[in-house]
Ligand binder design. Structure first.
Ligand code: NAG
Length: 202
């Protein structure tokens, strides 16, 4: 569990660093949390990230849907991490304080002495905001994908209706594939045309 958490936190950091879209305070908070969620380097860099990056090599739309799923998973994960924290009581408040948490104090909401809970909540809020503002469409799609898995396979009405809907859906699915191939062919033809045009006439 811990290992997964750290790997994916780090992955989040590494991914965001390229474009530096991550607010400095969020970045600092993550590094602070990593002091709490410690694992050996050989485990962190064992070549098995929590979230595969293969989907990110694909088409833009596929990437966005995948990232919507990643954000959703982070929300659940951080929720779980919050649940696993010891509940603070007046006497022991501060016992789950972060060793290096003072470093985070820079006129922010996450000040010196803020505990792991506060920092996790802050990270959760950032993830939720990104998902809510930028990934609504993908979220809907993911929900619809999940719903597909829950249809009642053993229900006669479902079976019959599904059969009736298949011709249209089959056509649609085939034509999506055709459109893709057609686009590819057209691109190739255009490239060839350009090559012919730029070739010096003999
Ligand atoms: C995030 O923090 C780490 C550690 O302090 C630093 O090395 C890295 O450059 C920071 N990344 C960004 C994008 O600010």
């Amino acid at each position: 569990m811990m290992r997964a958490v750290v790997c994916l936190s780090l992955w989040l950091v590494v991914c965001q660093v390229r474009g530096s879209y991550i607010p400095p305070k969020m970045n600092r908070t993550i590094y602070n949390l990593l002091q709490h969620y410690k694992i050996p380097s050989r485990e962190r860099f064992n070549g098995k990230p929590v979230f595969s990056r293969d989907p990110l090599a694909g088409k833009m739309e596929a990437k966005r849907v995948f990232m919507g799923g990643v954000l959703e998973t982070y929300e659940k994960l951080i929720g779980q991490m919050l649940k696993q924290l010891p509940t603070p009581t007046p006497q022991t408040a501060g016992s789950n304080e972060l060793p290096g948490s003072a470093a985070i104090a820079d006129g922010g909401e996450v000040g010196a002495g803020e505990d792991v809970r506060t920092q996790l909540s802050y990270i959760l809020k950032k993830v939720q905001e990104l998902r809510k503002h930028r990934y609504q469409e993908q979220e809907k799609l993911l929900q619809e994908l999940r719903d597909l898995k829950h249809i009642q396979m053993d229900n006669l009405v479902v079976q019959s209706k599904a059969l009736w809907e298949l011709p249209w859906l089959y056509e649609e699915a085939s034509s999506l594939y055709e459109i893709k191939m057609e686009r590819r062919k057209r691109r190739r033809r255009r490239r060839q045309a350009r090559r012919v045009k730029t070739r010096p006439s003999a």
